[in-house]
Design a protein around this ligand. Structure first.
Ligand code: ZN
Length: 400
């Protein structure tokens, strides 16, 4: 049975430290007396905590501010580069890593290709990437945040199953913590994308939203009241492998008819390859005959108004829309943000997703919901992973 106990001295210290740090981080320059007022802590406690933060280099003194009669107080602030965060996106075809400062500004960015399902090789590339990002002589590194596809236990940093890389029960967090001796936090890539969008997408601070990442895989991240909802076992938003299509298409997860088999970028390319040889009018026929029809070809044909491309993409959008309609009914969250490479099909795709989501949700709930394409670019997961790290380690919500 859980017991209610007074916080230990150490816990109180940590809570006070996070309170003080947050009040300093949120202001441009404040005195110790201001911090005491803002946090409700005593002047003595604030002075002690600030002393420790100064020593750790997380806070600096700016010099005297305006005097209100007596001796002018010394102003304090958190330097933007007091710590650097490493954010990593384990993408479909490449690893992207960045060094990010405490304001979400990217200081360095490195990429490495990932090919196929070779999980061991991916781990090797990951080590190489981190090595490139850790720069001797630069600001101290707070830790590493990683967004990876698959089912991830965020409390331990264990990847329970990532289909694309064939990672099963991989203790990724533990492995990297041992190797680099710094904190490591691992989250599902759609969860990291949701944190990134929530933090940097220009949304009101406490807004709830569902971010659906639609690329070669499909997953959703749910932010409720400003907090990421990972779900029991961290599997919240794993919508890509819900069997919703009336087909018997085998999915890479071993099941059939999953959403990913009809609505992902991998699925539309595959469908176009199947149909193109029979479509006399389509520009995709040539590409398919040459054996090369890829996602870029499909985007180009779709933009040019090719009928086959339209049919394939609209069908994918309809399946996605139906699933999103289900999410709207389940969660009653008023903002759904779509990210990932399928958003390259733009407004016509978005329109079809919206129509089907509306059709399959309760009208009153659907009317109150905005479905839009995310405004942030390719660094969404990298920034989200950095935001996760900073919240977990310093109790700060990354801003820029
Ligand atoms: Zn599946």
């Amino acid at each position: 049975m859980p017991t209610l106990r007074k916080a230990t001295h150490q816990q109180t210290r940590l809570i006070n430290q996070q309170l003080v740090l947050r009040s300093l981080y949120d202001q441009t320059a404040v005195s110790r007396a201001d911090v005491a007022r803002l946090t409700g802590l005593t002047r003595t406690t604030v002075s002690d905590v600030v002393e420790a933060l100064l020593e750790a280099g997380l806070v600096e003194e700016l010099g005297p501010g305006q005097s209100t009669g007596g001796k002018a107080p010394i102003l304090l602030r958190v330097p933007d580069d007091a710590r650097h965060l490493i954010g990593i996106d384990v993408g479909d075809s490449q690893l992207t890593g960045a060094v990010v400062n405490l304001r979400g500004e990217i200081r360095r960015r490195v990429e490495a290709p990932l090919d196929g399902r070779d999980g061991e090789m991916a781990l090797g590339r990951l080590d190489g990437l981190i090595e490139e990002l850790v720069e001797p002589g630069a600001a101290p590194i707070l830790g590493i945040g990683i967004g990876t596809p698959g089912l991830v236990d965020t409390t331990t940093g264990t990847v329970r199953w990532a289909v694309n890389l064939d990672w099963r029960d991989l203790h990724l967090g533990e492995r990297l913590r041992e190797r680099w001796s710094i904190p490591v936090h691992v989250a599902n890539d759609s969860h990291a994308a949701a944190l990134g969008e929530h933090t940097f997408g220009g949304h009101p601070p406490g807004e709830s939203m569902v971010v659906v990442k639609v690329g070669r895989g499909i997953g959703a991240g749910i932010v409720i009241g400003g907090q990421l909802y990972a779900g029991e076992g961290s599997g919240a938003g794993e919508i890509g492998h819900s069997a919703i299509a009336d087909n018997a298409r085998p999915c890479r997860c071993g099941s059939v008819g999953c959403l990913e088999t009809v609505a992902s970028s991998r699925a539309v390319v595959q469908r176009a390859r199947e149909l193109a040889p029979h479509a006399t009018e389509s520009s995709l026929r040539m590409a398919a005959q040459e054996g090369g029809l890829d996602f870029d070809d499909l985007v180009r044909a779709f933009t040019d108004g090719d009928d086959l491309a339209r049919e394939v993409v609209q069908d994918a959008a309809r399946h996605l829309g139906r699933t999103i309609g289900g999410l709207i009914g389940t969660l009653s969250i008023h903002r759904v943000v779509l990210v990932g490479e399928m958003t390259r099909f733009g407004e016509p795709w978005l329109g079809a997703v919206r129509r089907e989501a509306h059709r399959s949700a309760l009208a009153m709930l659907a009317d109150a919901t905005t479905i839009e394409i995310g405004r942030l670019g390719d660094d969404l997961v990298v920034l989200g992973a950095a935001a996760l790290l900073m919240t977990r380690e310093l109790g700060l919500a990354l801003t820029r």
